[in-house]
Design a protein around this ligand. Structure first.
Ligand code: 4NP
Length: 144
């Protein structure tokens, strides 16, 4: 699960998908394309909405997406088209590129819908993001 800062959107996506799959079979993690928040906990507003919905994401720590992640993971879900370009730029092969998907393509195939960045907005934005990621992760969990 990849976003820009790895403190707002992708930690929610990581927590949601991890809760919907068998941990013995599927490893889920998240990263940011930027490195500003490496080692940090998710944004308090993401922690709060997750907690309100029964999900604990406080153990997560920020990390930056790195090219080796293409070898480590089978699927790379990005939150918006800017994350998509940033990750694709680090790809070293066509098979790397094929792993990268806009996460909302899961619900709206081919429509290029972004998960909006809630960082500069209010708490409502975090709940909206949570709800869209919840639906997308349910679909991903069924498929993989
Ligand atoms: P995220 O939101 O990509 O959903 O984690 C952001 C968090 C921090 C920053 C940008 C986006 N930032 O510029 O620090």
């Amino acid at each position: 699960m990849v976003c820009l800062g790895n403190i707002c959107r992708s930690p929610l996506a990581e927590g949601l998908l991890a809760a919907k799959v068998d941990p013995e079979k599927v490893e889920v993690t998240s990263a940011g394309t930027g490195g500003w928040h490496v080692g940090e906990q998710p944004d308090p507003r993401s922690i709060a909405i997750a907690k309100q919905k029964g999900l604990d994401i406080t153990q997560q720590r920020g990390r930056q997406f790195k090219p080796a992640d293409f070898n480590e993971f089978d699927y790379i879900f990005v939150m918006d088209s800017s994350n998509y370009s940033d990750v694709i730029e680090l790809a070293e092969s066509e098979s790397d590129k094929e792993k990268v998907q806009l996460i909302l393509d899961e619900l709206f195939p081919g429509e290029n819908v972004d998960v909006p960045d809630p960082y500069y907005g209010g708490n409502d934005g975090f709940e909206q993001v949570y709800n869209m990621l919840d639906k997308a992760c349910t679909s991903i969990a069924k498929r993989i």
